[in-house]
Structure formats: structure tokens, C-alpha cells
Design a protein around this ligand. Structure first.
Ligand code: GAR
Length: 209
């Protein structure tokens, strides 16, 4: 089975979805580590209770690249081959992203390329969209920008609040992430075809001075 490290910052419900999906005998991945940048992240308790190794350390007071090197070392120590970001609310250093190129996925609560960043549900409601949803994508150096591997549209209902919409999208997130991660780790073409896509996109980006 493909070994996956999951990075979280809080509740960890997507991490839990991956962890429970991984309990199925025919699931092609297993969770070997749950790491958090906040020792108070609720998801850590669940992961530990399920017998999964955990690592937690606050990023406060550390430079981004320095903190990411610590996380990277932990992930490697755990033997992970893939990284799944699941509500990891921290930008990653280009060094870290480079090291996991084509092997790091993220779940985002919008139909990308719409609504990158925060407040996705609010923005979808304010725009009067008929559908919101969630996306799983490959992580690149640009925020919420890598190639999209899968999406689930979720209808916006009359009278929907941010919380109600977020709760419904979360149900879709849990299913989507498990399915897409399973498909991804089984791909024969991986990582060559995906890497070509990632690199093409990186070259098209304006260079930061
Ligand atoms: C999820 O809705 C996830 O899509 C979102 O944070 C929530 C985490 O919940 N992620 C982002 O907004 C990343 N930009 P969880 O901790 O229960 O999985």
C-alpha cells in the first residue's frame, strides 16, 4: 500500500475520512503519519486513538523553510511516499513543495479555479452561484493552483448559510478526497505525466523578483 502522511491544522475531518477509507482491505493507501502545525489540533487525538503515529509542533517563532524542513524530516522518517494536505492552513515553502512535487495533494472547498484562498463558501453565496463544491489538486508553489484531479459540485440551496453550505460540501469533500487519493496512488503514469503538467504550469507563471 502507498504510504501517506496527512498534514492538518485543526478539526481533521478530512484526515479522519482518509483514515477510515484506508481501513478497507482493498484501499491502495495507508496513513503512516498525521502531522500538525498546532499541538492543539483536535484531529491529533483521533489519529492517536486510531493507532496512527502523530507529530505536532507549533510553527510559531520559526522561519517557514525551517519549520517545513522539520516536517519534511518527520514525514520521511515515517516512510511516507505521498503527502495529503487536509485543512493544513499554512503556506508551504517552495523548497518543501519542490521536494514533494507530484506527490502532494490538497483538498480545497471550492470548484477551482474559482475562489482560491479563504472564505470560499461566503464568496460563492455572495456571487449568487448555483453550485459550490470542492476540488482535490496537486500542490504547486502557487496557492490552490496545481492541476485539478477531481471535483464535486454541490448545489446551493435557497436560504443557505455559510455554515449549512460548508457542512454539505464537507460531506462531498470526505468522499472526493478518499476516492481521488486512491486513484492517484494507483496511476501507472504517475509521476511523469503529472510532473510534466506541473512543470509546464510553473514555467508559465511570472517569476517573482
Ligand atoms: C476543509 O473544508 C478543507 O477543504 C478546508 O478546510 C477544512 C478543514 O476541515 N481547507 C482549506 O480551506 C484549504 N485552503 P477538516 O480539518 O475537518 O478537514
Amino acid at each position: 500500500k502507498a504510504k501517506v502522511a496527512v498534514l492538518i491544522s485543526g478539526r481533521g475531518s478530512n484526515m479522519a475520512a482518509l483514515l477510515y477509507a484506508a481501513k478497507a482491505a482493498d484501499c491502495p493507501f495507508e496513513i503512516v503519519l498525521v502531522a500538525a502545525n498546532d499541538p492543539g489540533a483536535a484531529g491529533l487525538v483521533l489519529a492517536a486513538a486510531e493507532g496512527v503515529a502523530t507529530f505536532a509542533m507549533s510553527h510559531k517563532g520559526l522561519k517557514r523553510a525551517e519549520f517545513d524542513r522539520i516536517i519534511d524530516a518527520e514525514i520521511r522518517k515515517a516512510g511516507a511516499e505521498y503527502v495529503a494536505l487536509a485543512g493544513y492552513m499554512r503556506l508551504l515553502s517552495p523548497e518543501f513543495v519542490g521536494k514533494w512535487e507530484g506527490r502532494m495533494l490538497n483538498i480545497h472547498p471550492s470548484l477551482l479555479p474559482k475562489y482560491k484562498g479563504l472564505d470560499t463558501h461566503k464568496r460563492a453565496l455572495e456571487a449568487g452561484d448555483s453550485h459550490a463544491g470542492c476540488s482535490v489538486h496537486i500542490v504547486t508553489a502557487e496557492l490552490d493552483d496545481g492541476p485539478v484531479l477531481g471535483q464535486t459540485p454541490v448545489a446551493i440551496l435557497p436560504g443557505d448559510t455559510e455554515d449549512a453550505l460548508a457542512a454539505r460540501i464537507l460531506i462531498a469533500e470526505h468522499q472526493l478526497y478518499s476516492r481521488v487519493l486512491a486513484e492517484y496512488v494507483q496511476r501507472d503514469s504517475q509521476p511523469e505525466a503529472i510532473l510534466a503538467q506541473v512543470r509546464e504550469r510553473a514555467m508559465a507563471l511570472p517569476r517573482a523578483e
